[in-house]
Design a binder for this molecule. Structure first.
Ligand code: UD1
Length: 360
């Protein structure tokens, strides 16, 4: 019997909300029969719609259309609307992914209705409670029944928090399933040419963490570092809406005049930029894993990471927001002095299958 048939006896709702969720649910929809609820936390075409097409994710059965708001407003709106869906559909299992507000909101609704909760990407910890995602991770893991973990550090963290072993499954990083499923399409593109860039001769950047972009001084410092780096190698920055707004609000437009700016890109075009770049300058969580898989040097503009395997085994290095360090590390890469890195355990494109096996 195929995986899909074996799981059809269970009614499952897979929840997605924000951009980094889509590549985590896409691979699951290929191997399980489930409803999709999109909370609408992200709603722009480039932050949401294009990912459904690129990753061939079926259209959501429900779109809660909650949109943006403060943490409390956004989380509360999702809860109110998601409870109605759960009461109507009466699922056996609600599956949430990642660490965004939609993740904790839907997990909390489900557990209070006596519905089992599965969390994909459980156990990751930055140990930085000023990050909204860290609170979402800790709370979601503490109320989940099935915890699917991406790397050994996640297993250790859950053990330390007293989560029983029989709830926890080491399955690997499901984003690599997504990446491998469309790698040929990514290779077929030449997105970098569209932006006037040469293969292996530019830097891909993303910035969106509140701690980096909501404070004028910090954002300004990071952009000063970019100004230095771009004298040696071109930088393309895929500008997140939060960052765009703040650059305008803080009057920092002048500081990005030498950088190639794009809208947030769809998955395939963005990953084509990543595949052909020299290195990455980012504060993203997901890109640390993707660059490690692709063997691309990654400079992470954060003090901590919830994905330590990308440092111990992969190509990632943390630099915080220190302008000097960003420049120093960039020069190290340009001088050919970067670590090689290896591919971590279960970064193999079969994570979705392991999750379905465990749920059976
Ligand atoms: C959210 C997640 C973060 C994830 C990030 C990826 C939480 C707490 N944070 O942060 O973990 O890494 O998504 O992008 O869940 N906006 C648009 N269009 C959209 C979505 C948002 O213009 O489609 C603008 C809105 O003005 C909004 C701002 O971006 O106020 C921030 O969006 P929000 O969902 O609050 O958080 P992100 O910073 O995107």
């Amino acid at each position: 019997m195929s995986s899909i048939e074996r799981l059809t006896k269970m009614k499952i709702i897979n929840v997605v909300g924000a951009r980094p969720n889509f590549m985590k649910v896409g691979p699951l929809m290929k191997v399980m029969d489930a409803l999709i609820v999109h909370t609408g936390q992200h709603y722009d075409e480039n932050m949401s719609g294009s990912f459904f097409r690129d990753l061939e994710i079926p259209k959501p059965d429900y779109n809660l259309g909650v949109g943006s708001g403060s943490h409390a407003v956004q989380t509360a709106k999702i809860m109110i609307k998601f409870e109605k869906v759960c009461l109507k559909e009466r699922p056996d299992l609600v599956l949430v992914v990642g660490d965004v507000n939609s993740t904790i909101a839907c997990a909390l609704v489900a557990v209070k209705l006596g519905i089992k909760v599965a969390h994909v990407e459980a156990g990751l910890r930055s140990f930085d409670r000023t990050m909204p995602e860290e609170i979402n991770r800790i709370l979601t893991d503490s109320i989940s029944d099935y915890l699917f973990v991406t790397e050994q550090s996640g297993m250790d963290n859950l053990k330390n928090e007293g989560i029983p072993d029989d709830k926890v499954f080491f399955v690997g990083d499901i984003m690599i399933d997504s990446l491998l499923s469309v790698l040929d399409k990514i290779k077929d593109k030449e997105t970098f040419k569209k932006y006037g860039l040469e293969k292996e001769n530019y830097v891909v950047s993303t910035l969106h963490r509140p701690s980096n972009v909501d404070n004028k001084e910090v954002l300004s410092r990071i952009l000063d570092a970019f100004e230095h780096v771009q004298k040696k190698i071109k930088i393309v920055l895929a500008l997140h809406p939060r960052t765009k707004k703040n650059i305008e609000k803080f009057g920092l437009n002048e500081k990005i005049k030498n950088i190639v700016i794009t809208e947030p890109l769809d998955y395939i075009n963005f990953m084509n930029l990543v595949l052909n770049c020299k290195f990455l300058l980012t504060d993203s969580g997901s890109i640390q894993s993707e660059s490690t898989y692709l063997g691309k040097p990654c400079i992470t503009i954060r003090e901590n990471t919830e994905r330590p395997v990308t440092i111990t085994e992969g190509t990632n290095v943390l630099v915080g927001t220190d302008c000097k360090k960003i420049i120093e590390m960039s020069e190290k890469i340009l001088n050919g002095q970067w670590k090689k890195g290896s591919i971590p355990k279960f970064y193999d494109g079969h994570t979705a299958e392991r999750i379905v096996e465990a749920l059976k």
